[in-house]
Design a protein around this ligand. Structure first.
Ligand SMILES: Cc1ncc(COP(=O)(O)O)c(C=O)c1O
Length: 433
């Protein structure tokens, strides 16, 4: 095993020159089990971020290990494309479409969330004959060309990257409402903005609108349910397809359904998935309505590794574990315990400006003071480090990096949540002194 110093040397010499590790002092993770990950010295950490919101069933779940070992020991085919038949992809397709909202009965597998969104855009454009994709400011949909062109963060966008045929609507962020409204007295100006943007920044038709049920990289921004109903109506009215990006939110994290789109009754035409759906396997998926799939008839869509037997087998076991261990229900119950605990912490710690989210996808927005809501970016980085010192890993996000992101495996229990809350409380105390 290489030391951190050696890895630093190699990364500086051979990795891309992008800032790409969490924590001031890099953390090397070598082992994992259940809710915990371990560094090279054997120190244990409660993992409340799971890669980046990838671990749903817990690390190295015994059923996933057993399945993967079985596949290898029985010499089951490790790779074949969908040009040949294999059971795991077919079985997974049945399982995943059974969880989808009515009408979304077709699925294509990809290797990642970015690819899933690329395919969703292409399919919407093909089906409608329109080119414009509408996104939300503060959104993130992946690191490939079209996905990045629909990214609402300057930090992620590359210079001179073509962003043709995309347009952005204002973000539905109740804590920092771009219209200066309060959620209990607004008229969903953010949803109406989708319509005025179509009317003023396009020729009056769009191919698709893409949004997450909870905006992950944006800082776990959780719009109200009514927002989605109104936006889907507007999008359809202007001829567009509604793409619900569930790369982070899917796999039961919301605590109501396997898919948040279903939980929030979003009238989506396509749903994209990845991350928690494979519990860390390199897999993505696009669910779509029959008519969109039918419009592609006669075209080739091919993806060498999409639908690979090992990845689909791991996803299928992950879905079975989520069902058998009632992890959606656990996400709901534990999400509430965590949310209540954080609201209590908010009473004590002025640094917390907002606590929001759904199920086990909870954001804590740090502000320098509650009046100005000035972004507490440095404090967020320090809070992550202080929690790490105490053996707890949390993530961060938001355009200014001031939102702590808590998205643990869905297996988390009350004791672990108490430990997390205690760690946050102590670390916030340290930060204010
Ligand atoms: C909402 C969302 N969509 C798409 C992606 C891209 O997924 P991937 O990194 O697997 O390509 C991400 C990645 O973080 C994401 O958060």
């Amino acid at each position: 095993m290489k030391s951190n110093e050696e890895i630093t040397r190699i990364r500086l010499k051979h990795f891309l020159a992008t800032p790409n590790h969490y924590h001031k002092e890099p953390l090397q993770l070598v082992r994992a089990q259940g809710m915990y990950v371990y560094d090279e010295k054997g120190k244990r950490y409660l993992d409340c971020v799971g890669g980046i919101v990838c671990i749903s069933a817990g690390h190295n779940h015994p059923r996933i290990k057993k399945k993967l070992m079985e596949l290898l020991s029985e010499d089951q085919i490790q790779h074949t494309s969908v040009l040949y038949y294999s059971s795991p992809a077919a079985e997974l397709a049945e399982m995943i479409t059974a969880e989808a909202p009515k009408g979304l009965d077709r699925v294509a597998f990809t290797n990642s969330g970015s690819e899933a969104n690329e395919l969703a855009f292409m399919a919407a454009r093909h089906a409608t004959g329109e080119t414009i994709i509408m996104n939300l400011r503060h959104s993130y949909h992946g690191g490939t060309a079209a996905a990045l062109a629909n990214c609402g963060h300057h930090t992620w966008r590359f210079r001179a990257q073509p962003v043709a045929s995309t347009v952005s609507a204002l973000e539905p962020n109740c804590y920092r409402c771009p219209f200066g409204k309060k959620p209990d007295s607004c008229s969903l100006e953010c949803a109406k903005n989708v319509e005025t943007t179509i009317q003023t920044a396009t020729h009056g038709k769009i191919a698709a609108f893409i949004a997450e049920p909870v905006m992950g990289v944006g800082g776990f921004i959780a719009p109200p349910k009514d927002y989605f109903t109104e936006v889907a109506r507007i999008v359809h009215n202007y001829g567009g397809k509604y793409i619900s990006d569930e790369v982070q939110t899917g796999a039961g994290r919301g605590g109501g359904n396997f898919l948040m789109t279903k939980e929030l009754e979003i009238d989506a035409d396509e749903i994209t998935m990845a991350k928690g759906f494979g519990n860390g396997a390199a897999i993505g998926a696009v669910l779509m309505k029959t008519e969109i799939s039918e419009s592609l008839r006669g075209k080739m869509y091919f993806n060498t590794f999409g639908g690979d037997p090992f990845q689909t087998a791991q996803s299928k076991v992950t879905m079975e574990i989520i069902r058998d261990e009632k992890l959606v229900e656990n996400a709901r119950a534990m999400g509430k315990v965590l949310m209540d605990g954080l609201k209590d912490l908010m009473k004590k710690h002025k640094l917390i400006g907002d606590v929001r989210g759904r199920g086990l996808m909870i954001g804590i927005e740090l502000v320098k003071d509650r009046e100005s809501k000035a972004y507490a970016t440095d404090e967020a980085a320090r809070l992550m480090d202080l929690c790490r010192e105490k053996g707890v890993l949390i993530g961060k996000g938001g355009l200014f990096g001031n939102v702590m992101r808590i998205a643990p495996p869905l297996t988390i229990n009350r004791d672990e949540i108490s430990g997390l809350l205690k760690t946050l409380d102590e670390s916030l105390d340290q930060l204010s002194h």
